[in-house]
Design a protein around this ligand. Structure first.
Ligand SMILES: [Zn+2]
Length: 55
């Protein structure tokens, strides 16, 4: 299994989860945060990209 692919959607979710949860007044502890990340990634289409170009 190649390690040279990355789910871009994962980056987008991780970059936005804190501000989105804060704006919704959610509990932002690690437990709830990872729940939201997992829920979002299960409901969003994956967007895999090759990471070889960056290097
Ligand atoms: Zn919590």
């Amino acid at each position: 299994m190649s390690q040279n692919v990355q789910n871009l959607m994962e980056e987008i979710v991780l970059q936005n989860v804190d501000s989105v949860m804060a704006s919704q007044g959610c509990c932002t502890c690690d437990v709830c945060r990872t729940d939201v990340i997992a829920y979002a990634l299960n409901h969003l289409p994956p967007h895999y990209v090759s990471t070889l170009h960056a290097g």
